[in-house]
Ligand binder design. Structure first.
Ligand code: PNS
Length: 155
């Protein structure tokens, strides 16, 4: 079974990496799919994010990294993936995630969203938190893969 792990990943965090690693043990293939959203102003370009994720998942042989635009379910169909993988950190994630999952089901009944509970060490962690710390020059090396911490230090 092929699973898509869609997201913004601006940037990838250790919480995302935890989901990718655990997902890669559950599914034949994981496609990490970076949403290319022209209306957002990301910290890192899509190309840079692809490079960051590829580097930090290079030890996982069944993980592919790609970008997409438009609807996630359309991308899933294109890639013949029937699972959308998402991480759940805290209760407040649940409402948005349930809404997305139900919406995606109305768009394509052939897709299932599978949630993995994020490891408790990372339950507070988000890309926004990383950007907030980075903005004020704080240390993020315990929150993101090494290569991403290096990229952030260059900013
Ligand atoms: O990392 P994020 O920002 O929480 O990821 C959100 C994402 C990319 C999974 C979601 O915004 C998405 O699927 N966007 C693509 C547009 C889409 O398919 N929308 C319908 C589902 S509500």
């Amino acid at each position: 079974m092929i699973a898509i792990y869609p997201g913004s990943f601006d940037p990838i965090t250790l919480g995302h990496l935890d989901i990718i690693e655990r997902g890669s043990r559950l599914f034949e293939q994981i496609i990490v799919a970076v949403l290319s959203n022209p209306s957002k102003h990301p910290l890192f370009s899509v190309e840079k994010r692809l490079e960051q994720i590829r580097y930090s998942t290079s030890h996982l042989t069944n993980v592919e990294v790609d970008s997409f635009s438009g609807l996630t379910v359309e991308y899933a169909k294109l890639r013949q993936a029937t699972v959308l993988l998402r991480g759940l950190r805290v209760l407040s994630d649940f409402e948005k995630e349930l809404q997305m999952s139900h919406t995606n089901q109305t768009l394509w009944a052939g897709v299932e969203t599978v949630f993995l509970a994020t490891t408790k060490e990372y339950s507070f962690l988000s890309s926004s938190i990383v950007k907030e710390i980075a903005k004020f020059g704080g240390n993020v090396s315990h929150l993101v893969p090494e290569n991403v911490a290096r990229d952030i230090a260059l900013y």
